[in-house]
Design a protein around this ligand. Structure first.
Ligand SMILES: *[C@@H]1O[C@H](CO)[C@@H](O)[C@H](O)[C@H]1NC(C)=O
Ligand SMILES: *[C@@H]1O[C@H](CO)[C@@H](O)[C@H](O)[C@H]1NC(C)=O
Length: 128
């Protein structure tokens, strides 16, 4: 049975990109507890997530923390990039990671995502 052409193309892409770190490694952990639609936590998350990417303080090689509690539903977050990334690539990586996290952990009260060399975590409690 012939291989589907897209698979052959994908293999070619993976082989040709070796040994650069282009192959995407990702992992996700989502809290199994969900918040409900209309929970103010969704509002604090909408403040937190852009900040974790755009905070302006996310330096490659360091953890960046922030939190929001308006309106009375705290959300704590952390973002980080490997020190080997430039600030521009770091931001791009975090944008992709937060987008994937929002989809994968939709409505979860906490979650973590790591894609290649950057990571994002959010919780309803403070953590390090
Ligand atoms: C939480 O939401 C996810 C996706 O929306 C769903 O798969 C999961 O079953 C939900 N968990 C609970 C405990 O309801
Ligand atoms: C939460 O936010 C406050 C005010 O910006 C800040 O002082 C505090 O350090 C933050 N805590 C964490 C865990 O980021």
């Amino acid at each position: 049975m012939p291989k589907p052409p897209f698979l052959a193309a994908l293999l070619l892409l993976l082989i040709s990109s070796t040994p650069s770190p282009a192959a995407c490694r990702s992992s996700f952990v989502c809290n199994l507890v969900n918040y409900t639609a209309g929970d103010p936590f969704s509002i604090t998350l909408n403040l937190l997530f852009p900040d974790l990417v755009e905070g302006g303080s996310v330096q490659p090689g360091e953890n960046y923390y922030n939190n929001y509690s308006y309106p009375f539903s705290p959300a704590y977050g952390r973002s980080s990039c490997s020190g080997s990334l430039t600030p521009g690539i770091c931001k791009f990586c975090l944008q992709s990671t937060v987008a994937a996290l929002i989809i994968r952990c939709s409505m979860a009260v906490g979650g973590q995502a790591r894609i290649d060399d950057c990571g994002i975590r959010y919780e309803q409690y403070e953590f390090l």
